[in-house]
Design a protein around this ligand. Structure first.
Ligand code: SF4
Length: 301
């Protein structure tokens, strides 16, 4: 059941709130406006604290899991919309470990972890990450060529789905290497003072994705109101990637063999040596579940 206005996910879960701006894409951060403005919480910047969310917020996730399991579906959860899951901040260390344990208990939920700090991903993965957990998608934001190196870092990490959020699109990304990337979400900036995106940037990315067999999702063109301009040249591109490996039931930490399934695992599969410790489940390297996502709305490109 969809519970968020973000078109590429079903739910949003914030284990904590607060962040710090790191690049031009953060300039008009809606999360900062919401948390520091509307909610009146001083949780932004390097010297501010971060606030772990309430028990009720965390319990919602377990409820989504129960509901999805009862209906026999998989739903997507964007984590986090009011923070960066891979921010290196002392206030979030315990919450991040707790979140991994929660993710482990929710096989019917695919958690979409989007970060502007991919350089921290390896350090904060669970020890038994292996080739990746079946229900964790890893993504990074690339708003312009200046931060295209984020995709290079993501490419080196194994995951069932790797995605790029090209939002807010601030320039063309002709030189972005899409190798090893499964999914690109295009979004123009929205809100007061939005920086207009050239529709040609979206067309170019759409066409490159088609050529390179990367799934393309057009969220919106730049506009005053979020969600305006959902179509591109009159066509709705709301496509989702087929995860490299999917397993329903109790999620095992790693489920794919390199080269298995329709989507090959191209990462090195090495667990982070200096990862925060979470659980101690053994890596189960056998068996490749069908690379399909029961929740996707269209076939992958
Ligand atoms: S990383 Fe994301 S949440 Fe953090 S300031 Fe930038 S846009 Fe906002």
């Amino acid at each position: 059941m969809k519970e968020t206005g973000i078109s590429w996910t079903h739910h949003t879960f914030n284990p904590w709130m607060g962040c710090q701006k790191v690049s031009q894409g953060c300039k008009h951060c809606y999360a900062e406006k919401m948390v520091t403005g509307r909610m009146g919480k001083p949780l932004w910047g390097p010297n501010s604290r971060r606030q772990v969310t309430s028990e009720a917020t965390w319990k919602n996730v377990e409820k989504w899991q129960r509901d999805a399991a009862k209906r026999g579906v998989v739903e997507r959860v964007f984590c986090a919309s009011l923070a960066d899951f891979f921010e290196d901040h002392p206030d979030v260390v315990d919450a991040r470990l707790k979140a991994w344990e929660l993710f482990r208990r929710c096989p019917n939920l695919h958690f979409q972890l989007l970060t502007k700090r991919p350089q921290n991903i390896r350090r904060f993965l669970p020890r038994d990450w292996g080739l990746g957990w079946a229900n964790i998608w890893l993504g990074t934001s690339v708003e312009s060529v200046e931060v295209a190196h984020r995709a290079d870092i993501l490419r080196q990490i194994s995951a069932t789905v790797k995605f790029i959020s090209y939002e807010p699109a601030l320039g063309p990304l002709h030189t972005l290497d899409l190798k090893g990337i499964d999914w690109v979400i295009f979004g123009g900036e929205s809100g007061p003072g939005y920086r207009a995106a050239d529709p040609q940037w979206a067309r170019d990315m759409r066409d490159r994705c088609a050529r390179e067999r990367v799934t393309f999702f057009h969220k919106q063109s730049s506009a005053f109101r979020p969600g305006q301009g959902e179509t591109l040249d009159g066509v709705l591109h709301h496509d989702f990637p087929a995860p490299r490996f999917v397993q329903l039931g109790i999620p095992k930490p790693a489920l794919a063999k390199a080269g298995g399934g329709a989507g090959t695992v191209d990462g090195d599969g090495a667990a982070a040596a200096d990862a925060e410790t979470v659980g101690a489940g053994a890596v189960d390297g056998d068996g490749v579940a069908p690379p399909t996502d029961p929740s996707r709305s269209h076939a992958a490109a």
